[in-house]
Write a protein that binds this ligand. Sequence first.
Ligand code: FA5
Length: 336
Amino acid sequence: MLEQIDQLGTKAKSDLAGVSDADSLEQFRIKYLGTKGEIKGLMSQLKEVPPQQKPQFGQRANALRAEIQTLYDRRKTELGADAKSSDGPLLDATEPGLAPRLGRTHVITQTMDDLIEVFGRMGFEVAIGSEVEDGYHNFVALNIPEDHPARDPLDNFYLEGSGSGQPTQHLLRSQTSTIQIRVMETTEPPIRVIAPGRVYRPDEHDATHSSMFHQIEGLYVDRKVSMADLKTTLIQFAHAYFGSKAEIRLRPSFFPFTEPSAELDIKMCVKDKWDWVELGGCGMVDPNVFKAVGYDPEQWTGFAFGLGIERIAMRKYGITDIRWLYENDVRFLRQF
Ligand code: FA5
């Protein structure tokens, strides 16, 4: 009886080797693996098997069924998977192919590129600086006094081991204003630069705040630069980037490195309500900053601004939660 199982296995394997299309594969399945097939039929013979051989017979019959099922599945895949019939071609070579999806530039990078272009048309060149800065360039040269809250360890990502609050202490820069200093230290005026880049602050994450975000700094130094030049530049930027109907306003504010200082707001729609949203800060470069870089404040004047790039992108594209910009969900990213 056991030999009968082996013979059936040999015959099934030889039949399967001769299967060359979906039709003959289906016939094979019915003949051996179907409910009335020969391998299933082995079990009906169990009652005729002598009692001492029954366990062995059952085990071998089951093993054969599993083996033939595996060989059948493999052949099915080789022949073109789930094709039930060989009527017509298994592959339609005339079907249009599926175009692979191309990656694209992240919306923050696109925004930075667009801003570089807009300010480039106004004569601003691009400057870049290091994301790891020292306390001197992040605070001291920017006229931020030692006891100013902006230098607090709780408000900054200081790197370990370089002496808390000291000018030599390194930190992840908290603002792109550091690049103003770096540029002025190495360049004679007149200067007209923008500096886009990442900045870091341990802010609580919410719909408009992140602990890593991007800013774009602007610096213009020349003789007789005025607040009117600053406002004109910002209005031109808003109209060129957001369209001629964009509305901005300057609100008096305070930054240690500019005097006078202002916040730049733009009108935007948040949750179906139009309101003013802060894009950044700006002002006339403080004489102490000029002194720190060796410029004569009697000769040189200038304005500076620092805008949040995420806030600009959110305003431009109607994005209501800053966190979506970092989640890397392609369903979101594909929209830009
Ligand atoms: C500054 O960082 C100043 N350096 C700007 C400046 C430059 C003023 C030059 C004067 C002259 P402020 O901390 O307000 O300012 O940040 C500027 C902008 O960055 C904010 O208006 C906002 O648009 C953006 N911003 C600030 N914190 C966050 C945050 N946690 N997440 C996302 N955007 C932020």
